[in-house]
Design a protein around this ligand. Structure first.
Ligand SMILES: Nc1nc2c(ncn2[C@@H]2O[C@H](COP(=O)(O)OP(=O)(O)OP(=O)(O)O)[C@@H](O)[C@H]2O)c(=O)[nH]1
Ligand SMILES: [Mg+2]
Length: 631
């Protein structure tokens, strides 16, 4: 049986025995920094691995992240628990539930961690039963209310095996970490190895990474290739979600990459600096302390996402205050962009970095501001069903009216095939219209088509002599519609009552005709063109006013008048007669010059030069030196 990979992280108050427990479970001391050894305190993240067997022979390979408990290092703790599957919450029997036990619990909840096992450590020192009751009490109404509580001691080894079994049973009940084809490695360490160059490590989520794969580093959009991959010092071809992953990026210098940067693939838009999120303040945050005060719209906070931390300004969309126990939609403006997906969780802390204030879920990673109630509702619906791909696709179409199918929800926790499937099902129900590369709500699409129909009909009513409405004018009248959207609209209209003719669109039933008031103008133009049939006046003289322009355009569109050049037009019958005369003259006399043909036709150079060029272009005549012959 293949081993499943999961990530476990410790959590809990300073000095409660997290690192000692990791060492007892794995044999590895996660405190690797000299300063940590000297001060006997964890400062930064530590790592270890643990192999467990399930009761039915399953094998679990667990990457462990050991976090610091001290209040000064909560920032590092958050970076360690951003992509974990299970928390190992540690409470010491001689100390009980303490401030960072509570803060870590809230952080885990904000980040959406749903499973935990509690280790009641130092059982050799304190009253296990009393503290176990206290823990159960504090876990009440948290997502860990039913977590197993295991008393352990690293002094006498009590409970260590029981804890391993408890963890194994936890993992047995879990599906493997999701692979939706969108890998992200949030970097927690970057260093240089002699002979290898830059190595970065992190917890892989969302998809696989393979050796030799092309990747992108954000922010900075640095493009490079993975030279090699390791997990817990073993070489790999492919790293899976849920693996502690180290990758060698020899083309990137260690100065360009650090905790907080993300390694991903090149399929996505760059990071964003504005996002729309559901913000949530835990009912647990205590009124007495600073962390219990409501969060004010307009305030500055630190946003922790993945392994990154950035300053942000909050704008709540409805109320001015976010009270404990409440949820609100808000916009976050970030001091530096983050590579967030819709559905990602994050934590907000105060500017002095002493308190955890709130948490949230990204509802739109590229959220322009909107206070529109309909859109707020659509976003709110997302928050209630973060795993419902159909709902997310439908709300995406609702939020943006017309969405390009390529890239639809690409920054999300849904795979491309889940998104395509949801779109297909919405299309089958006629909820969403899919045309070409565009998806829209059925009603939005109908409204757009009705508008275009009205514009075309208006135009054809006003100018019945025109063959159709210029597409460029129609597009301008519909205002800032993308090329893809406009093309999809025209194609859709042409399936029914409309037809595209060159650069215009018209009703199939439309027959251009001159309105009565323009008839006299037409007669005047006719007369002018026939007075000297082979030497008519220049076009600009015929088009004295707007009406004359309309008529001439109609005559050209209907084929009664032929456009020879920008300034020469001829009646069709005169044009044909000229052409026959040219043919007869050359047949009789052999190749002829412009002058000879001009004399024969009693025309002028102004007409003859463009006229003969036109015959050349049509392949009727051919020019050889200064003479024309017939083809
Ligand atoms: N008696 C007893 N002492 C323990 C036990 N577990 C840990 N300790 C001691 O408690 C102290 C703190 O242990 P650590 O494992 O460093 O605590 P920690 O939770 O990792 O501390 P931070 O990472 O700094 O938050 C050390 O001196 C350990 O030897 C235990 O089961 N019994
Ligand atoms: Mg420690």
């Amino acid at each position: 049986m293949l081993a499943k990979h999961f990530i476990l992280a410790t959590a809990g108050h300073v000095d409660h025995g997290k690192s000692a427990l990791v060492k007892a479970l794995t044999g590895t001391d996660p405190d690797r920094l000299p300063e940590e050894k000297e001060r006997q305190i964890t400062i930064d993240l530590g790592f270890a691995e643990l192999n467990l067997a399930g009761s039915e022979g399953q094998r679990f390979h667990i990457g462990i992240v050991d976090v610091p408990g001290h209040e000064d290092f909560v920032r590092n703790m958050i970076a360690g628990v951003g992509s974990i599957d299970v928390a190992l919450l540690v409470v010491a029997a001689d100390d009980g539930w303490m401030p960072q036990t509570e803060e870590h619990l809230q952080i885990l909840a904000y980040l959406g961690v749903e499973r935990a096992v509690v280790a009641l450590t130092k059982s050799d020192l304190g009253s296990v039963d009393t503290v176990a009751r206290q823990i159960r009490d504090r876990l009440h109404e948290s997502s860990f209310a039913n977590a197993q509580i295991i008393a352990t001691s690293v002094r006498n080894g009590d409970g260590i095996e029981v804890l391993k079994n408890a963890l194994a049973s936890e993992f047995s009940a879990m599906p493997p970490p999701r692979d939706y084809g969108k890998p992200r490695l949030f970097i927690d360490r970057a260093f240089t190895l002699r002979g290898f160059g830059t190595v970065v490590t992190g917890t892989l989520t969302g998809g696989q990474l393979r050796r030799e794969q092309k990747i992108v580093v954000h922010p900075g959009n640095l493009q490079t290739r993975i030279r090699s991959i390791q997990s817990h010092r073993r070489e790999l071809e492919v790293a899976e979600p849920g693996m502690r992953t180290a990758i060698n990026l020899p083309d990137i210098s260690v100065e360009q990459i650090s905790r907080g940067t993300v390694v991903t693939i090149a399929d996505f838009d760059p990071p964003n600096s504005t996002l729309i999120a559901l913000l949530e303040k835990s009912i647990r945050s205590s009124r007495k302390n600073h962390d219990g005060r409501p969060l004010k719209s307009g305030s500055f906070v630190y946003l922790h996402h993945g392994t990154s931390r950035t300053a942000a300004k909050i704008a709540l969309l409805k109320n001015r205050l976010l009270e404990p126990g409440k949820k609100e939609i808000g916009q976050l403006r970030l001091a530096s962009p983050i590579f967030a997906f819709a559905g990602d969780r994050f934590v907000l802390r105060d500017p002095s970095e002493q308190y955890t204030l709130a948490g949230g879920m990204v509802l739109d990673p590229n959220g322009p501001e909107f206070r529109d109630e309909a859109k707020r509702k659509l976003l709110m619906s997302r928050a209630t069903a973060p795993d419902d791909v159909r709902l997310w696709v439908r709300s995406e179409v609702g939020l943006h009216r017309f969405v390009s199918i390529q890239g639809l929800l690409d920054k999300s926790h849904f795979s491309n095939s889940e998104i395509a499937g949801a779109l297909l099902s919405l299309k089958r129900d006629d909820t969403v219209v899919v045309r070409d590369k565009i998806a829209a709500n059925a009603s939005t699409w109908k409204a757009l088509r009705d508008r275009a129909t009205r514009l075309i009909d208006n135009e054809l009513n006003k100018n019945p002599e025109r063959a159709g409405y210029d597409l460029s004018e129609l597009r301008a009248a519909l205002r800032d519609k993308s090329t893809d959207l406009f093309e999809a609209l025209i194609a859709d209209m042409c399936l029914h009552d409309f037809v595209r003719k060159q650069s215009t669109i018209t009703r199939r039933s439309h027959r251009p005709a001159l309105p009565a008031k323009l008839q006299p103008v037409a007669a005047k133009i006719n007369e002018a063109l026939c007075r000297k049939p082979f030497d008519p006046p220049p076009r600009r003289e015929l088009e004295g006013d707007l009406d004359a322009q309309r008529v001439l355009r109609f005559l050209i569109d209907s084929g009664e008048v032929i456009e020879i050049s920008s300034d020469v037009v001829l009646m069709r019958e005169n044009f044909e007669q000229m052409r026959n005369t040219v043919a007869a003259f050359i047949s009789k006399n052999g190749p002829a010059t412009v002058s000879e043909l001009r004399r024969e036709l009693e025309s002028s150079r102004r007409i003859m030069v463009p006229f003969l060029e036109r015959l050349d272009r049509a392949g009727f005549t051919r020019r050889l030196g200064d003479k024309r012959r017939l083809r």
